[in-house]
Design a protein. Structure first.
Length: 323
């Protein structure tokens, strides 16, 4: 009897906590905005310069058209210097708030000497450690660094921290050939195929998986040995991985980090009357994803009860959005 009462008490406590979570969710304001900083680094050759500038320009256009609450900074050509990057990230640090999201995207060449990664810029390069210091000053609690350069895997150790996801085009600093990952990552933000769950939003994890698959297909089609293997780390305390894993929690932050909305979701994001509902919908989806990661540590009954409650609430919010 005592054991049964204790179990019942624990279940009741969890359900109360879960109900309080829904109450807090209903009262929470919509996420304030997203700050994007894209940098097209030094190409070194005309073809690379043109490619890097073109990808940065494509991203600039896509991101600026994605919503009224996005803040887009793009550095390329003569503007892609260490001084300008430092100044831009300083401006973001002054403007952003904890509830904002922050995304830094690096396009170009990188180098790694076995100890330190550097992003190649016009004039002095910038190290992974210096980039981490600048990003640490940005108060946004949720951050993402997408490093698409050669040797980018060498930057993960410096950049990773809790609350920040890091995507790298290469698995280590020793993969030093020019990469093609960037072109497919940009494509993921405009190709409906990248939206795997068809919720009209592309997350960082979906973009990573899309770009990784397209990169592998490119090397296969060219019958060439792949010289880049994209990885990510988003827990702040694990080794970089190539796929999400519930056991370690890898992929949870990236899977909850929306980069681009499409169709009705984008319209709702730009509609002040519906934006709070959309924020609630996305937060519910994040909670459902979190439940799935925690399933192994929960009783089957608790998992089913919490998942059912979340799905019912999600259905109600979706119905309101569609009115």
């Amino acid at each position: 009897m005592a054991a049964a009462a204790a179990v019942g008490g624990r279940v009741k406590t969890r359900l109360i906590a879960f109900a309080l979570g829904w109450m807090l969710l209903a009262a929470a304001p919509a996420r304030a905005g997203v700050y994007y900083v894209t940098v097209a680094g030094l190409g070194g050759e005309a073809d690379y310069d043109q490619e890097f500038k073109g990808l940065a320009a494509d991203l600039d256009k896509l991101l600026k058209a994605s919503g009224s609450e996005v803040h887009v900074f793009t550095l390329s050509g003569a503007g892609a210097t260490r001084a300008r990057l430092t100044e831009t990230l300083g401006a973001v640090a002054a403007q952003a708030r904890p509830e904002d999201d922050f995304v830094l995207i690096l396009i170009g060449h990188g180098s790694f000497d076995g100890v330190e990664y550097k992003f190649n810029l016009i004039g002095p390069d910038i190290s992974g450690g210096d980039l981490a210091v600048l990003c640490d000053r940005v108060p946004a609690k949720r951050q993402l660094v997408v490093n698409t350069t050669s040797a980018s895997g060498g930057s993960i150790a410096a950049l990773e921290r809790r609350g920040r996801g890091v995507i790298a085009a290469t698995k280590s600093g020793t993969e030093k050939n020019a990469t093609i990952f960037a072109r497919y990552f940009v494509d993921a933000l405009r190709d409906p195929e990248a939206d795997v769950d068809k919720n009209e939003a592309v997350t960082a994890l979906e973009a990573f998986e899309f770009a990784t698959a397209k990169t592998a297909a490119f090397y296969d089609s060219q019958k060439r040995l792949a010289t880049e293997h994209a990885v990510f780390e988003d827990t702040g305390d694990h080794e970089a991985v190539r796929a999400a894993a519930a056991e370690s929690g890898e992929g949870r932050l990236l899977g909850n980090f929306t980069l681009m909305r499409m169709g009705a979701a984008q319209k709702a994001f730009n509609d002040p009357a519906k934006r709070e509902l959309l924020a609630k919908k996305e937060e519910l989806e994040r909670q459902i994803d979190t439940l799935k990661y925690q399933k192994a540590a929960m009783s089957q009954d608790d998992y089913k009860q919490q998942l059912t409650a979340a799905l019912l609430e999600l259905a109600k919010v979706q119905e309101e959005l569609e009115k």
